[in-house]
Write a protein that binds this ligand. Structure first.
Ligand SMILES: Cc1cc2nc3c(=O)[nH]c(=O)nc-3n(C[C@H](O)[C@H](O)[C@H](O)COP(=O)(O)OP(=O)(O)OC[C@H]3O[C@@H](n4cnc5c(N)ncnc54)[C@H](O)[C@@H]3O)c2cc1C
Length: 447
């Protein structure tokens, strides 16, 4: 049996956004009497969770300096909370542990979390921060920390298992998900900008509406649709910066320390929140004692039975190659280029030991397997959620997206005719209009 020749709604990509959109669109079509899941087809060149979603650390947090991002994340956490079992979601909470240079930014996040009713505790001052952390982990020893934001909601989910759960919900709505279908081009209705069909390696599929959730492959689709390769960005002072490349790649740095995850239990024997530490304290190698860096650094980690140890990462780095020449495939652990190296391993494990004594001397237990992966980022490193070519919704999350399970719900609402105020700040036109998001002092491109 070949692939269908027509589908009213064609969704490209079976990652978190494609699947979440399919599920919520099916529910909304049915609720509005506009159709059902049978009107939706999801295609993927590989299969469910074959892209960034399937290798993500799976951390879910609210901690963002940008109000629009925070509100979006609060919405997504509600969606995670709606079915933790199927989504393989562990609502253990999340901590942002910061040096003085970030204090003011994080204080404003804490204040605004209160205003939107997102439960968190905010601790200020070096000695109170140390006391709070040692109340959780007796061996906490990170230096020069002056604030702790402890979000009581959020946590992490098991990357592939959560997508299998979501896919089962999608299929239960009558949606078809077909693997091994590579989209290669688009056909347009005569003299119009509307897509009338999608070309694939298995034939052409006619459709009324297309959704693209292609993660790191978004630039490939952007180019296929002949959308602008560069943008002009209006700066806060009114000046226009021209010819900014639309897409750049970053290499994400993550790995697993192969110790028993139980060693990271809290003082009272419970599972701890996800820990994220940013620091300006000099970082020394746990192996040689040599200085690794005296610049700002950051790590995050959690005990994770799925990964089989303490899993987490550090700040990513920008891929300097011309974005047109970056090889996205083979992706993830299969990539010969974009996986972590020994420098990451020594830095990350040394940083773990800097924070908690229990990790001192554990470097030999690091799991020597390929990890990490590419992310495709927009010019300001914030998502673009918008409609192009009349009937093509592009979900380009700029690599913020595993936590964004709710985007599919909001996109589905927009497809059914209701504009989402939560998505409005993420339109493509913001670059030309200068409606940019505020920038924080964090070392990460997505904070
Ligand atoms: C190492 C790493 C760790 C991360 N950790 C986190 C985290 O802890 N928390 C967080 O919130 N985010 C995290 N992210 C970001 C997050 O994983 C992504 O933002 C998100 O998964 C993107 O989802 P997606 O559905 O857009 O894309 P993907 O999951 O990449 O799915 C895209 C799909 O499109 C398919 N596809 C591509 N081209 C074609 C084609 N031509 N035809 C048909 N199908 C095609 C692919 O096979 C793929 O399955 C991490 C990312 C990486 C790389």
């Amino acid at each position: 049996m070949g692939i269908p020749k027509h589908s009213k709604y064609l969704i490209i990509g079976a990652g978190i956004h494609g699947l979440s959109t399919a599920y919520h669109l099916a529910l909304q079509l049915k609720a509005n009497g506009q159709g059902s899941g049978k009107d939706i087809l999801v295609v993927d060149k590989s299969g469910i969770a074959a892209g960034a979603t399937g290798i993500a650390c799976g951390v879910i947090r609210n901690n963002y300096f940008q109000p629009a991002m925070r509100e979006l994340m609060a919405h997504s956490v509600n969606v995670w909370d709606s079915d933790p079992e199927t989504y393989s979601y562990h609502p253990v909470g999340y901590m942002q542990i910061s040096p003085e240079v970030m204090h003011e930014n994080v204080a404003s996040i804490a204040k605004q979390q209160k205003e939107i009713g997102y439960e968190s505790v905010f601790i200020e001052g070096e000695s109170d921060s140390m006391k709070y952390m040692q109340g959780l982990f007796h061996d906490w020893q990170a230096k020069e920390i002056t604030s702790v934001l402890h979000e009581k909601r959020g946590g992490y989910a098991n990357n592939v298992k959560s997508m299998q759960g979501l896919a089962s919900k999608v299929e239960a709505q009558g949606v078809q998900i077909i693997s091994d279908v590579t989209v290669t081009g688009f056909q347009y209705a005569n003299e119009s900008d509307s897509i009338k069909a999608v070309e694939t390696n298995q034939g052409t599929i006619e459709c009324d509406y297309v959704v693209i959730g292609a993660g790191p492959w978004v630039k490939t689709f952007w180019d296929m649709l002949e959308l602008p390769k560069t943008v002009s960005i209006k700066q806060p002072d009114g000046k226009i910066v021209n010819d900014v490349p639309m897409w750049i790649y970053w290499s994400l740095q993550e790995g697993t320390l192969g110790v028993d995850p139980d060693i990271q239990k809290t003082n009272d024997g419970g599972f701890p929140p996800v820990v994220h530490v940013d620091s300006v304290a000099p970082l020394y190698s746990d192996k040689t004692g040599d200085l690794i860096t005296n610049k700002m650094w950051g790590i995050y980690y959690k005990p994770d039975f799925n990964f089989g140890g303490i899993q987490g990462g550090a700040a990513p780095f920008k891929v300097n190659e011309d974005p047109n020449k970056v090889d996205i495939d083979p992706y993830g652990s299969e990539s010969p280029h974009y996986i972590v190296d020994d420098d990451f391993v020594e830095m990350w494990v040394s940083a773990l030991a800097h924070c908690q004594k229990r990790f001192e001397g554990t470097l030999p237990q690091y799991k020597r397997e390929p990890s990490g992966g590419l992310g495709c980022f927009t010019p300001d490193s914030f998502p673009v959620f918008d409609v192009f070519k009349d009937n093509c919704y592009i979900i380009a999350d700029s690599n913020h997206g595993y936590k964004m399970l709710g985007i599919g719900q909001l996109v589905a609402e927009e497809i059914c005719g209701t504009t989402s105020s939560l998505l409005e700040p993420f339109r493509f036109a913001r670059y030309a209009q200068g409606k940019l998001h505020p920038v924080s002092n964090s070392p990460y491109p997505w904070s």
